[in-house]
Design a protein around this ligand. Structure first.
Ligand SMILES: Nc1ncnc2c1ncn2[C@@H]1O[C@H](COP(=O)(O)OP(=O)(O)OP(=O)(O)O)[C@@H](O)[C@H]1O
Length: 282
């Protein structure tokens, strides 16, 4: 469960403050939520608020760290009493509860080999080196990546890198996974494969995407425009709203979605290893 309570993001600049996200109030309990909207509309900012990569300038963001039938928002009255984590106050716990997948997997693959990268994610849960390697290999098995265990991460294909990045994040067993344009840099086959994988997860998934077919698979879709939630509802209706808003723009040739160019500037720079800082000597 994710709760935005009048959360706003204002950034100071040389010419005064810019409101990147206007006060937003939302409760997200659906298992799969997609976020769509134009470049620069505020999607990444909204997504980054969920794991504390961006902190609200005012208001707050709360996270339920439990999953499944016992999660807050599950409808079970006994569970709604569980206090939510606050992204500002409970930063470390929020980063454990919310995994974040970036567009470019290279931004989060840190260690030289595939197995070492997964082992890095496991460092807090599995203390012994040998046990950690065994746990890493078993995690790789689950993702069909076992054969690549000792390969250099630099030799992996884009699809393999994204799968590994997701596997590394999921190895920590977060309650929520936020993925910011996870398929933008991938070819069709890999995009479909990663989409299939993400939407098959038991975790709550929040995915920011320009791929409207992927967005359509969610249970709920948010359309962001000019730093506000312009539409919130069923995916088909949300996509129709977004297409219409593009078609209504002066000079718009058609209501088609243009993919983001790989390497185009996107969200504000975040620590690439957010939440996965290697510990010296680990
Ligand atoms: N720290 C910041 N300082 C200044 N401007 C910022 C900052 N963070 C975001 N912005 C601006 O806020 C707007 C929204 O950015 P955001 O990355 O959330 O958009 P987005 O919808 O994810 O875009 P895209 O689809 O291109 O990735 C952009 O104009 C961006 O330049």
């Amino acid at each position: 469960m994710i709760e935005f309570r009048s959360a706003a993001v204002v950034v100071p600049g040389p010419e005064g403050d810019t409101t990147v996200l206007h006060p937003t109030t939302l409760t997200l309990t659906e298992r799969r939520v997609s976020i769509i909207g134009a470049n620069g509309s505020g999607k990444s900012t909204l997504a980054r608020l969920i794991n504390g990569l961006v902190e609200p300038s005012s208001g707050s963001v709360g996270i339920g760290s439990a999953v499944g039938p016992h999660a807050p928002g599950s409808g079970n009255p006994a569970d709604t009493a569980t206090p939510l984590l606050d992204t500002r106050r409970d930063g470390a716990a929020v980063r454990r509860a919310v995994g974040f997948v970036f567009t470019d997997p290279a931004a989060q693959l840190i260690m030289p080999t595939v197995a070492e990268d997964i082992a890095l994610s496991l460092r807090r849960r599995v203390r012994g080196k040998a046990e950690r390697r065994a746990a890493a290999l078993s995690a790789l098995d689950r993702f069909g990546l076992r054969a690549l265990a000792d390969r250099s991460v630099h030799t992996l294909s884009g699809g393999q890198k994204q799968l590994l990045a997701i596997a590394s994040v999921l190895a920590t067993e977060p309650a929520i996974l936020v993925a910011d344009e996870p398929t933008t840099l991938l070819d069709l086959r890999n995009a479909l494969r990663i989409g299939e994988f993400l939407f098959g997860l038991s975790q709550q998934l929040v995915v920011v995407t320009h791929d409207l077919e992927l967005a359509a698979r969610a249970d709920r879709t948010l359309v962001v425009a000019d730093g506000r939630i312009a539409f919130d509802g069923a995916p088909a209706a949300a996509i129709a709203h977004y297409r219409e808003s593009v078609a209504l723009e002066p000079g718009a040739p058609a209501a088609a979605e243009a993919p983001t160019a790989p390497g185009a500037p996107s969200a504000p720079a975040a620590a690439p290893s957010a939440g996965r800082d290697p510990e010296p000597g680990s």
